[in-house]
Design a protein around this ligand. Structure first.
Ligand code: ADP
Ligand code: ZN
Length: 758
């Protein structure tokens, strides 16, 4: 088997993504590597594929216990022998795992860095054939980063203690030059192949919104994305608690996380979120390290974070499966003050000198300033982020609010001149509130107290609202014509560049969202649909979306039976691909992105059954457009040409009186069983099949059954009318031998359904 076979057989993908192949090839040639790729780019594949091709064992050092478990579960699902060894296991479990490992049971073993120096582990490592050592989250070795872990330094000692030096591969999503150098030096990488892929996450949509009422904005958003999973980050524990209560009051299946909760409650809540029991998580930034949930469809920041580093990391937890996801920041001027307050009260670090602390403080101030500019900018938000991280984008991405929103441009040079003059006149002694109030000629006690009425500039922009003046000031700040002092007063100062405005050589244009856009923004809707990366509702038509829901339901059922997070079974993206390709056989199912052989053995039939039930074995077109797949799937996989619905010569399902009379009634049938019996009676040459889904739809139209979301799960229900008609709930055995509830039809209901369908 070569790397392509491995990728297809175990992971179900038909092509490598940018960068993956280069790293894999280098490893296979025995070279050390350092892969710097953004979250969701697919770092795991880069060491998992070579691990299967190399002789012996690959050790993966990872700092995050929850992530290890997730990864190992996912590997086991794919049919790869893997294990993890960390403090969540008992001593005897660890001994057993090491025994099995020594006996060659595992190809990949995840370990916590602390484990490396234990006697037992070292003894194992000395005897085993370790071909590769992979360091995940490698930035943890750098003292420059925010996540420095002293235990990572043990990796170096550990390597030294091994008889034969393994290939070393390191991976991280942190790209700064310092961190990169640290990883190479401290880990002692030998002539490593360093690969940095772009930081852009093209499937993420970015927006900054300034709703008047954040709570109702969030509630509306969740309502419009009811079936989606998302995270809402708040700045403080108190905000988390309050918003959590509000959402619960609105009937949202929500959970929460912050450092003030007991460890057990945190664990439970995190699990409820990961297993989609509660698809919405409200949390402080304490939540998320090591959360590998791939189907997070949105990350909303209820408050502005302290830096773009934090923001991009937190927002980046959306859309790890590569499907479209939204990152929305809800800005209010108050957020800046909260953050100032947090910075000022941040503990000074004892191990730093006064000077170092001052430097850190200055750095934090600067970061906050850039974060604020991100909220203010009218340029492409993606461009802003990429430039901040030292990359340049195209200037227009078409997939952020600023790119899709329409603006009016106004020349505000005259106003800018008055603002700059005013700031100079008061000798840069006031902040934005005083300056704006002063220019607007406001009669506030505070202003009177400062005596600003005496200045010439007082009332110079009398016709304008203070908020409008502030908007221009913010524009001047963004353009670096003004700066603020780096203290809690944030006094406005003019820069040298401001002179060009005064002298008339520079014109100031202010972009403002068109009024219509603002109004629609209030209701939480954008004006235009972003151009790139489609949502599933843009790809699938209504029939397709319904099939998607059936597939998702099937996935939820299996997840519950096997106590696995749903996304470990199949990602949303894989389910969408099933709806597009409509596989009807094993071979066709294996063509779906994300369906490997092992996954197929486990789950394939169940999903094929859902598709067969839904389509009656006849391929329909469940998506919009003719040749859109190339746009939908960016991983370059050659997606099967979609065949047009064939068999269209057949007529819709129907039975003759005589056929219907032959229906084999019993005391109970499941709905799909009725469909099956009906199909046996029809004239297969001329008549299309019906399906359980179709019958369910008809019953739904008759208001006999309904589907509700309860605790974040879809559940079927029977109405009183349905009960009267002879429908009832009972337990049913799953393929795995566990029980769950489903709808049955008694003899009376069967007669009614047959009459309805024929
Ligand atoms: P990272 O560790 O870089 O954050 P992951 O390794 O978790 O990212 O991969 C993110 C997602 O992308 C996973 O769902 C993974 O299965 C998927 N993926 C990785 N490589 C490919 C590929 N070559 N084709 C399609 N999907 C891929
Ligand atoms: Zn953009």
């Amino acid at each position: 088997m070569d790397k392509y076979d491995i990728l297809k057989k175990y992971f179900g993908y038909s092509g490598f993504r940018e960068g993956q192949e280069i790293l894999i090839d280098s490893i296979l040639q025995g070279q050390d590597v350092l892969g710097i790729m953004p979250t969701g780019a697919g770092k795991s594949i880069c060491y998992q594929v070579p691990a299967l091709l190399l002789p012996g064992i690959t050790l993966v050092v990872s700092p995050l216990i929850s992530l290890m478990k997730d990864q190992v579960q996912a590997l086991n699902q794919a049919g790869i022998h893997a294990a993890f060894i960390n403090s969540s296991l008992s001593e005897s479990q660890i001994s057993k795992a090491l025994r099995l490992a020594a006996a060659g049971q595992y190809k990949i073993i995840y370990v916590a860095p602390e484990r490396l120096e234990t006697y037992e582990f070292l003894r194992f490592a000395e005897q085993a054939e370790i071909s590769m050592l992979t360091v995940d989250e490698a930035h943890c070795i750098s003292q420059w980063g925010q996540d420095f872990r002293p235990s990572y330094l043990k990796i170096v000692q550990f390597i030294g203690q091994l008889g034969k030096r393994p290939i070393i591969s390191a991976f991280t999503a942190t790209a700064t030059e310092n961190v990169k150098e640290d990883i190479v030096c401290v880990l002692g990488l030998r002539n490593p192949r360093v690969l940095v892929t772009g930081f852009d996450r093209s499937n993420l949509y970015f927006a900054v919104e300034m709703p008047r009422r954040k709570d109702s904005h969030v509630i509306n958003y969740i309502r419009e994305h009811e079936t989606d999973s998302g995270i809402i980050y708040c700045a403080t524990r108190k905000n988390v608690d309050t918003l959590y209560e509000k959402l619960r009051g609105e009937g949202v299946a929500v959970t929460k996380y912050h450092a003030g909760l007991a460890a057990e409650e945190r664990r439970q809540n995190q699990e409820d979120f990961i297993y989609d029991k509660c698809p919405v998580m409200v949390a402080t930034n304490a939540f998320g390290m090591g959360i590998d949930k791939s189907n997070v469809r949105y990350v909303i920041h209820y408050n502005m974070p302290q830096s773009l580093e934090n923001y991009y990391q937190e927002a980046g937890r959306a859309g790890r499966d590569g499907e479209r996801a939204e990152c929305i920041l809800l800005y209010s001027a108050q957020d800046v003050m909260i953050n100032r307050f947090l910075l000022e009260n941040k503990e000074q670090r004892g191990e730093y000198t006064q000077e170092e602390n001052a430097a850190v403080r200055e750095r934090d101030e600067e970061r906050l300033r850039m974060m604020t500019f991100y909220c203010m900018t009218t340029e492409c938000l993606r461009e802003f982020i990429l430039r901040y991280f030292g990359e340049s984008g195209a200037g227009y991405c078409g997939n952020c609010l600023n790119c899709v929103r329409e603006y009016d441009e106004t020349d505000v040079t005259e106003e800018a001149v008055k603002i700059i003059t005013c700031i100079r006149e008061v000798r840069q002694r006031y902040g934005i509130n005083v300056i704006a109030g002063m220019l607007a000629g406001a009669e506030r006690a505070k202003l009177r107290e400062y005596g600003v009425m005496a200045y010439q500039s007082f009332g110079a922009l009398r016709d304008m609202q203070e908020s409008e003046i502030k908007r221009i000031i913010n524009g001047l700040l963004t353009d670096n014509l003004l700066v603020t002092s780096n203290d809690k007063y944030s006094l406005l100062r003019t820069t040298a560049a401001a002179e060009d405005v005064i002298s008339g050589t520079r014109h100031i244009l202010l972009k403002q969202a068109k009024k219509t856009a603002e109004r629609s923004e209030e209701s939480g809707r954008e004006q235009k649909k972003p151009a790139s990366r489609l949502r599933k509702s843009d790809i699938l038509n209504s029939r397709g979306l319904e099939l998607f829901e059936r597939l998702r339901e099937c996935r939820t059922g299996i997840a519950r039976e096997e106590s696995l997070p749903p996304y470990i079974i199949f990602s949303d993206k894989t389910l969408v691909d099933m709806c597009v390709k409509v596989p009807l056989s094993r071979e066709e199912m294996l063509q779906v992105s994300g369906v490997g052989e092992n996954k197929f053995e486990r789950y394939g039939e169940a999903f094929l059954q859902v598709i067969a039930d839904y389509t009656g074995g006849i391929r329909e077109k469940f998506y919009f457009g003719e040749t859109e797949e190339a746009d939908i799937y960016s991983d370059g996989s050659e997606n099967g040409r979609i065949r047009r619905a064939y068999g269209s010569r057949k007529t819709e399902f129907a039975l003759t009186e005589e056929q219907a009379d032959r229906f084999p009634y019993t005391d109970r049938y499941l709905i799909p069983e009725i469909a099956e019996k009906l199909n046996e009676l029809r004239d297969a040459e001329l008549v299309k099949k019906t399906s359980g889904a179709e019958i369910f739809r008809r019953l739904q139209a008759e208001e006999c059954v309904a589907e509700v979301i309860q605790d974040g799960m879809r559940r079927k229900m029977i109405s009183d009318k349905g009960k009267e008609a002879g429908l009832f709930m009972d337990m049913r055995m799953s393929r795995k031998g566990t029980e769950y509830e489903d709808i049955y039809c008694d003899g009376k209901a069967q007669r009614w359904i047959v009459a309805m369908m024929k």
